[in-house]
Write a new protein. Sequence first.
Length: 255
Amino acid sequence: MVKYFQGLLIIFSISACKSLTVLPSKKPVESIKLKKLIDNFEKSEEKINFFRAKIKATYISKKIKQSVSINLRLENGKSLWLSANILVPVAKLLMTNEKVLFYEKFQKKYYDGDYKFLNSILGTNFNLQDIQNIFVGNPIDNLKKTKTNRIDNPEYYVLINNNSQKYKTTYFFDTESFRIREQRFLLLDGLNNILSIKYPVYQKINEKIVPKQIQISSFVNDEFVTIILEFIRVDFPKNLTNPFKFPDGYTKIKL
């Protein structure tokens, strides 16, 4: 059950009016300069201040398959809040720029600390903005500030970032919408552990294009885990609240 809730932590097309410097195409265009491609990728990213969603999350491993309903609230650059429910609330998560707060009701455990807990599970060094980008379908890296290389691919525009000391990132971009289709992280831990985040389907809501489904797969410590996020309902409110309080009598999770 602990691994299941660790999985929950892991969880946590462009519009017509946008001007593009590269025309959409069915296949990648080899002659396009990298700078122009990155300009297009950045213009296709959605700039969202407040994001709210109801999500059906399915956790699949060799030993367990479990579905849970998740309510997500996100304020760009400030907070991310998740409430997981299996008929009744079973876990809550609140992330800010400084802290990660989490508790689960099955084993009555809680965590109050920084991002070391999350990153120890993933083998990464993600922060709040990185996690927010995953949910709204934007690249984790700022591609204009990151040194990347383009590699040939028959289906996607593919960029590689080798600058991180913890992982090598590969980005796969759609040639027509310029939206990201996959961000793949090869962990530089000598064990060839991999984290993959795929975006097979997008949806247009209130002139914004956001993921309709996200598939998160990890191969860590010889165990393959998949989490499928299906966005049932999405909206963009003008403000949000993030109710969070640790229950009494819970045991703190220690690293």
